[in-house]
Design a binder for this molecule. Structure first.
Ligand code: GDP
Ligand code: CA
Length: 318
């Protein structure tokens, strides 16, 4: 079976472990969000690609959900001693090596997709990980700080400001000019099923869908498209997805997120059992919906979620 999964960071990566466990012989292609990418200390950092790569490759810090296990922060401390920031972004010593290799390869002329493949040669994530695009896309958030409107990089909004101020708009800068990376449209066209993990619907999956051609390819592929809600009990399970949902005028409910994707894109939607009351409304909007446990508390629970998603895909297909 060929499975295509659109993924952000933590939610996407953890769900992918469940997909691998549920269907060990599946050919899984992951289309990764690169809107979170940022240049720091002269280095190109791709947080979501790395979270997927480290999580599936066994190098992730399990407690934090991002960064390397057993990490130290000597380089960051030394940079701070020179007064060189930003201090709000945690880059560990081990992690630095990834960004150095990536930046060196990009500088030598390799596209990000080729660089990602090279990095995955070491990590062997067991999936084919492709960035959504080789072109530069940067998610910016329009905020009001000290009475002034300004746009900040998504990482500044998320990590420095902890999404503590309202977001007025979320803009994937450069997306409209970006082309899907080599292999993205082909993987979608060849897929048996497309899954949207419980990733952020605005700044992870929304950004991937903003690359011209990707949304259309998924809608036209003629295969089941099934998503899992990152919103459980009217709140994000972790993180601040409610803040960016508000910026695009979408309520932080499992049902509203399904309708935001829409029946033109989504065939099936899983909500958590606590949101069982929203199933009828989602189905009325033309999206097949089931309520099942959606908390990725351990490997078994996560694999069960993947199985439910694939079962719903089969139901939709039939
Ligand atoms: P990020 O790039 O690291 O923010 O990660 P993603 O965009 O892939 O995923 C973030 C989303 O995952 C958040 O909106 C969370 O609500 C959601 N999430 C995290 N853990 C779980 C879980 O166990 N169950 C569900 N349903 N959603 C989760
Ligand atoms: Ca992210």
């Amino acid at each position: 079976m060929r499975i295509v999964v659109l993924a952000g960071g933590i939610g996407g990566a953890r769900f992918l472990r469940g997909v691998k466990a549920a269907v060990p012989d599946a050919e899984i292609t992951v289309i990764g969000n690169t809107g979170d990418d940022i240049h720091l200390f002269g280095l190109k950092v791709c947080p979501d690609l790395d979270t997927v790569m480290y999580t599936l490759g066994g190098g992730i810090d399990e407690d934090k959900g991002w960064g390397r296990t057993g990490e130290t922060f000597r380089v960051k401390e030394e940079l701070a001693a020179y007064g060189v920031g930003p201090e709000w972004f945690g880059l560990g010593d081990r992690d630095f090596a990834t960004h150095i290799v990536r930046t060196q390869m990009l500088g030598a002329g390799y596209p990000l997709s080729a660089v990602t493949e090279a990095l995955c040669d070491r990590w062997r994530p067991g999936v084919r990980l492709i960035p959504m695009t080789d072109d530069r896309v940067e998610t910016h958030v329009a905020i009001e700080e000290d009475g002034e409107q300004r746009a900040v990089h998504f990482q500044e909004y998320w990590v420095r400001l902890r999404a503590s101020v309202p977001a007025h708009a979320v803009v994937p800068v450069g997306a409209d000019q970006a082309k899907p990376a080599p292999g993205v449209l082909e993987a979608i066209a060849d897929a048996d099923v497309v899954l949207f993990p419980p990733s952020n619907p605005v700044v992870s999956i929304g950004t991937i869908l903003a690359v011209p051609g990707i949304r259309e390819a998924i809608a036209d592929a003629g295969v089941p498209v099934v998503g899992l809600s990152p919103i459980v009990g009217d709140a994000p399970v972790r993180g601040m997805a409610d803040k960016v949902l508000a910026a695009v005028g979408v309520e932080a409910t499992a049902a509203a997120v399904a309708q935001h994707y829409g029946s033109g894109l989504l065939d099936g939607w899983l909500v958590d059992t606590v949101d069982a009351g929203s199933v009828a409304g989602v189905e009325a909007a033309g999206i097949r919906c089931r309520a099942v446990p959606l908390m990725m508390t351990d490997a078994d629970a996560t694999a069960a979620m993947a199985r439910e998603a694939l079962a719903l895909a089969e139901e939709v297909r039939a």
